[in-house]
Ligand binder design. Structure first.
Ligand code: NAD
Length: 299
């Protein structure tokens, strides 16, 4: 049976490390980092994610402020707010919670956060730097996957990895991290295959059968079953799918993997919930501290 990767426990450990860094910053007489969260509308999942981020900030000693904007806010109004946050030296990190309503184009909004305050790592400059293996604020989910593999000592060098999902914010940065050059930056040196919605199921299975590392962020429950996996592989399930029970109306969170069958074949597997999710929040704290330090070196 697979070792279950405990993201919750690891996130606690990472947050304790972040708390120590913030404490040493403030004991030097500097202010704690300040993270600003922006929510548009009242999507219940976004509200939960923002609550988790605020809670983590409190635990680590990062100051946080949340701006709640109406669902029908215009692009001009949102860009105006982001400009004022970019210009405010007392703000170190800015995050706009996705998804956004249709009048707000995600790419335009993500690129309106100054790259030095872009703690989600979604600005084209940061993604470009990440691609080029140079220091940057990298996307938190990719950092979370990397940290999970590293802290559990999972070998990646020269091994085969499959990523399911190619979104610009999640799947693609994970694939960049897995295939990147570890001698230069954060790369894990895998031979990496990216599968997406147009990958035929038979082709996906062929790649999975040969994969030492499987990272899935497709948003498709039961996409991956134990019989598709190479025995002993490591499975990192990034997806968070909400399944509503027709009888009770209760919502259950599941990943893309059929956990019960995968846990029998894999060597390591991350659960949903309690896997990548809490780690992503911890990496946001780390990015906020990093952004703050870099801004202070420049001034
Ligand atoms: P998205 O809808 O933008 O992208 C989904 C991707 O999956 C697309 O690239 C699509 O081509 C691919 N895909 C769809 N069907 C597929 C299939 N059958 N086989 C292979 N690939 C397929 O979603 P996203 O924003 O990238 O998020 C992906 C998942 O990750 C969601 O479940 C989301 O909730 C979760 N997520 C988790 C975290 C975290 O911290 N754990 C953070 C962000 C997103």
């Amino acid at each position: 049976k697979a070792v279950v990767l405990d993201g919750k426990k690891l996130a606690k450990q990472l947050q304790a490390e972040c708390a120590r860094e913030v404490a040493s910053m403030t004991s030097d007489g500097k202010t704690a980092p300040h993270l600003v969260l922006v929510q548009v509308g009242q999507d219940p999942a976004s509200t939960i994610y923002l609550r988790n981020k605020t809670r983590a900030a409190n635990e680590v000693g990062v100051n946080s402020t949340t701006h709640r904007l109406a669902e029908n806010v215009t692009l001009t109004e949102l860009l105006h707010l982001l400009q004022s946050l970019n210009d405010d030296p007392a703000v170190n990190g800015v995050l706009v919670q996705l998804p956004l309503p249709p009048q707000l184009e995600e790419k335009v909004v993500c690129n309106a956060v100054h790259p030095s305050k872009d703690v989600d790592g979604f600005h084209a400059t940061n993604i470009g730097r990440f691609c080029m293996d140079v220091p940057c604020l990298a996307p938190c989910t990719a950092l979370a996957v990397g940290e999970l593999l590293r802290r559990y000592d999972i070998a990646t060098f020269g091994l085969n990895a499959v990523v399911c999902g190619r979104s610009k914010n999640v799947g693609l940065p994970i694939a960049l991290l897995l295939h990147g050059d570890g001698q230069r930056q954060h790369g894990l040196d895998c031979t990496t295959t990216i599968c997406h919605r147009y990958t035929p199921p038979a082709v996906l299975r062929q790649h999975l059968s040969n994969a030492d590392i499987v990272v899935t962020a497709a948003g498709v429950p039961n996409l991956i079953r134990g019989e598709h996996l190479k025995p002993g592989c490591c499975v990192v399930d990034v997806a968070v799918n909400r399944i509503k029970n027709k009888d009770t109306g209760r919502v259950k969170l599941v990943g893309d993997c059929h956990f019960e069958s995968c846990v029998e074949v894999a060597g390591h597997i991350s659960p949903v919930p309690g896997g990548v999710g809490p780690l992503t929040v911890a990496m946001l704290m780390r990015n906020t501290i990093l952004a703050t330090k870099q801004q202070r070196q420049l001034t």
